[in-house]
Design a protein around this ligand. Sequence first.
Ligand code: HEC
Ligand code: CU
Length: 361
Amino acid sequence: MSLCMNQATAEKLMSGAIGAPARELAQWTHRSVYRAAGLLAFQFDHSSTNIFAPQGTPARSIFGLSMLVLAICAAIFLVVSGLLLYTLIRYRHRNGDSNREPAQIYGSNQVELSWTVIPVLIIVVLFLATARVIFITEQARKPASAVDVVVIGHQYWWEYRYPKLGIVTANELHVPVSDPGHPTPTYLTMSSADTDHSFWVPELAGKMDVIPNKVNTMWIDPEKPGLYLGQCAQYCGTQHAKMLIRVYADSPADFAAWVAAQQHPALQNASASEGSAVFQRNACISCHAISGTAAKGTFGPDLSHVASRATIASGSVPNTPENLRAFVDDPAHFKPGALMPAMHLSDHDLDAVTQYLMTLR
Ligand code: HEC
Ligand SMILES: [Cu+2]
């Protein structure tokens, strides 16, 4: 509605005899309004970071609580603005009013009690409801079928370790989908290698701080298979915005297949032996690990199965040979400020190492 009016106004302005700056402004407004409306529609239609579409138990309890809080706030708003409106109309200035101030009343016990007791009661209700959600979520009994993952936040990427399964990976967290009949929640034990981060996948659970020298825990139980997106929610440095989270909730069969593939040592494909040699003789090995090779670095993401991931650089770009090559050539290409230096490899070595990385499935 307002969009149509805006378009009409913009067209009128653009066709009319108005000056160039005004025309430009009108065009700009027109474009911006369209872009903003498109973006909003997109957010609500397709967003998988929608806080109003919980897909797991912790997110659902938080959603229920927010609805209660919103309802209470809406009721307060209606009562207060209703009284305000009533007073404005009922006691407005009328012709023939004497211009004297009305009688001033001090110290009404009734009024003072009511505006103290009612807010206190509201706060108590909000407090109890919030505490209940926190306790229910934190003290949920961990079933034997739970999957354990150690999450380590790094400046601008996520490390995921599955100690019981012997898997180390990065940036793309795979968990089994949790059927309410046979729950298989995933328990995350979280800490940080450097500074403060925060793990937030809105459709699955609330935020959890990821802090150095402190272990925090949380759990998720996605109900439907699929990809759930999230984002580091605590400013942690230059590339905080590109520290994205991807949680893949796999069917039991898909999860078992993923686990089996990740447990295999990295494939050493003879066709990529040249790229492997480039990797081994450069500093890559002091920052990255590739299982079954001399590369045992832990400063950067584990690359044993990098080709099996859909994205690189913590979800910021699709994992294609071109992007991989451009990233290794100079990470600043996609992520200025990322903590991997440009390695200045020759074109030949770059091609070879890219080809090698693509074989690491
Ligand atoms: C000083 C340490 C360091 C060195 C040396 C280094 N890297 Fe990295 N690398 C990193 C860090 C840190 C990241 C994570 C960057 C980010 O996403 O913010 C990374 C990310 C990557 C990624 C993306 C992985 C993913 O899953 O997102 C690839 C691929 C990669 N490095 C390959 C290489 C290659 C090949 C070399 C050698 C030519 C190399 N790196 C040398 C630290 C290093
Ligand atoms: Cu972060």
